[in-house]
Design a protein around this ligand. Structure first.
Ligand SMILES: Cc1cc2nc3c(=O)[nH]c(=O)nc-3n(C[C@H](O)[C@H](O)[C@H](O)COP(=O)(O)OP(=O)(O)OC[C@H]3O[C@@H](n4cnc5c(N)ncnc54)[C@H](O)[C@@H]3O)c2cc1C
Length: 561
């Protein structure tokens, strides 16, 4: 076992620790907020356990627009503190914490009015550039005339804009980033277990003293004892608080839907951010795809049932077709996904108007809940919730250190980058493949490739043509904590997100590869394959439903609820 691996032996050892040790902090929820809190607390020297009911990042943290950004929109809402905080996190990630996982992306902001808009938006961009100017990591904004903007967006109608401003933000693969933060927490001593669900809270008098846990793989229950419990369950925050008898942090889930198109659909280099009636519309290059979104609607159903409806897809089509020279057809869409923003409730406000700042509360003695926030500011959120939760612990814990802790794979990443050609030659793969591996694993790319030394067939493309190696699917199970086909195909490699068949072509191959590593029987292999296929079917059916209610009902039926 390497010091950051989350493989089967680590899971067994961690489960044993969880049921036997007294922890300082137990975290419920393995999205970015939860794994960030586990890393923050473990690196202060605290004894930390984390349980995730499904898979790391299975909730909102795999469904975002995948931007590490200050948020131009928040600038307009005059939320300078949030923008400043987010831009400074962006610099930190780009320059020291995880340059392997986060990279700059150029954006065009199309101008649709004459002079006043250029002056107004230009001023905003200047502010955006200077607010985050301490340690930037991205170039300053520039102005484009109408002619230059047409050249930069050749597949958009020239009458849809009168010019543009180019500025820079950053992007990543959210599920992979969350996983790498989890691995960094593990390297700092935390015990993290996915597919382990909190089913209730333990009490010591009025105080919360731990969590009742169900291991969904081993199918057994046990008590996890901790001096403090952190509730980092995003859209599920209220559910966990209800067990304590008091819901102090009200969360208003807002659904956001994206869809994907093939990268050759628009011959552009830049991402585009366009204004809508209520918010912003993003068109972002992401791997071999364009990511388009999103929607912002209140969600009145269960957090497990979140799904895109036909109405959501129509809305996104109408937005892109307001710009595209040749209308995008529904049949061109290669992927669709929906997630829930865990916004902190403010009665009377629309979800788009709710603040993206985070809130930390002591929901009950010993139970600390965190809500709101953005992916970009996860480190600050983690620091704040651990600061509050660790008050009174003896000995007094150190201050947060995560500003100086690189995410695993960052060390030696640039050396690997310089040696791309040699690595490609050594393994008989293309430089493009090595580049992809470096941007997904950083310096851990060598662990992925090592597996192929004795089994060169692992260097073949997954599913015959997906842009991943078979070695990556195996590595997902041996080192990255994947326990189901969905863990592999949805979050370790992202075929579920961007491939037209949502990964179906790789199901049998991955069931065999992963099954061998995890000791699955033939029956289990078939069950996993069937479960994955049913999941895809339910999503596709839901996306054909007009109403959100019908879409949620279709997903609910596939969950067996
Ligand atoms: C459409 C959309 C686009 C977005 N785009 C961006 C963006 O581009 N940039 C940005 O900065 N932010 C963005 N955000 C916001 C960002 O994605 C979220 O703020 C962030 O991912 C929330 O993470 P979380 O860990 O709090 O919640 P989650 O990721 O939802 O994690 C909560 C976890 O708790 C687990 N859980 C629930 N109940 C239990 C239980 N009983 N026991 C154990 N585990 C449990 C769940 O399985 C889940 O994994 C976007 C959000 C949405 C919805």
């Amino acid at each position: 076992m390497s010091t950051s691996d989350l493989g089967p032996d680590y899971r067994s050892a961690s489960l044993q620790r969880l049921s036997q040790e007294q922890f300082d902090i137990a975290v419920i929820g393995g999205g970015i907020t939860g794994v960030g809190a586990a890393l923050d607390a473990a690196s202060r020297g605290l004894r930390v356990a984390l349980i995730e009911g499904s898979d790391f990042a299975a909730g909102t943290s795999s469904k975002s627009t995948k931007l590490i950004h200050g948020g131009l929109r928040y600038l307009e809402m005059l939320d300078f503190r949030l923008v400043q905080e987010a831009l400074s996190e962006r610099s930190l990630m780009l320059q020291s914490l995880c340059p392997h996982l986060v990279r700059p992306v150029p954006f065009l902001y199309p101008l649709t009015h004459h002079m006043w808009e250029r002056a107004y938006v230009g001023l905003g961009m200047l502010l955006y550039d200077t607010i985050g100017s301490g340690r930037r990591g991205v170039p300053f904004h520039t102005h484009l005339s109408h002619t230059s903007a047409i050249r930069a967006m050749p597949d958009f109608r020239p009458t849809a804009f009168k010019g543009a401003i180019r500025f820079f933000d950053a992007q990543m693969d959210d599920a992979r980033h969350t996983l790498m933060v989890a691995r960094t927490a593990r390297a700092n001593g935390a015990a993290l277990v996915n597919h382990a669900r909190a089913t209730g809270l333990l009490r010591d008098g009025a105080r919360v003293s731990g969590v009742r846990v169900r291991d969904c793989i081993g199918r057994r229950e046990f008590d996890l004892r901790a001096h403090r419990v952190i509730n980092a369950t995003g859209p599920w925050t209220e559910q966990v608080q209800q067990w304590s008898g008091s819901v102090k942090l009200k969360v208003r889930p807002a659904k956001g839907v994206h869809f994907l198109l093939p990268r050759d659909r628009f011959k552009m280099r830049d991402a585009v951010i366009a204004r809508t009636e209520k918010s912003m519309f993003f068109i972002v290059p992401w791997g071999d795809s364009w990511l388009l979104g999103d929607t912002d609607t209140e969600w009145h159903f269960g957090a497990d049932e979140v799904s895109a409806s036909s109405g959501d897809i129509d809305y996104l089509l109408s937005k892109i077709n307001g710009l595209a020279a040749h209308p995008v057809e529904r049949s061109e869409i290669t992927g669709v996904f929906a997630g829930l923003r865990p916004l902190v409730d403010a009665p009377g406000a629309s979800t788009a108007a709710l603040s993206r700042e985070h809130t930390v509360v002591e929901s009950a003695p010993g139970l600390f809940s965190i809500g709101g926030g953005k992916y970009t500011t996860y480190r600050i959120m983690a620091r704040d919730v651990v600061d509050l939760a660790s008050k009174g612990l003896r000995p007094t814990p150190a201050k947060s250190r995560t500003e100086t802790i690189p995410i695993v794979g960052a060390e030696q990443y640039f050396a690997g980058w310089e040696a791309r050609g040699e690595i490609a030659l050594q393994y008989g793969i293309t430089v493009e493949t090595v580049t992809r591996l470096l941007r997904r694993y950083g310096s851990l790319y060598s662990e992925v490739l090592q597996q192929a030394r004795s089994s060169p067939e692992l260097l073949q493309p997954l599913g015959g043509s997906y842009p991943y190696l078979r070695a990556e699917a195996l590595y997902a199970a041996t080192h990255e904590g994947a326990r189901t086909l969905s863990d592999v195909l949805s979050r370790r490699v992202r075929v579920h997100l961007h491939a037209r068949d949502r990964g179906e072509a790789a199901v049998e191959d991955v069931a065999r590869l992963v099954g061998d590593a995890l000791g699955w029987t033939e029956v289990e292999r078939s069950r996993q394959a069937e479960e994955y296929r049913q999941h895809i079917l339910a999503e596709r059916d839901a996306e054909r439903q007009e109403s959100e209610q019908a879409a949620a009902a279709r997903v609910r039926s596939s969950l067996g609820v």
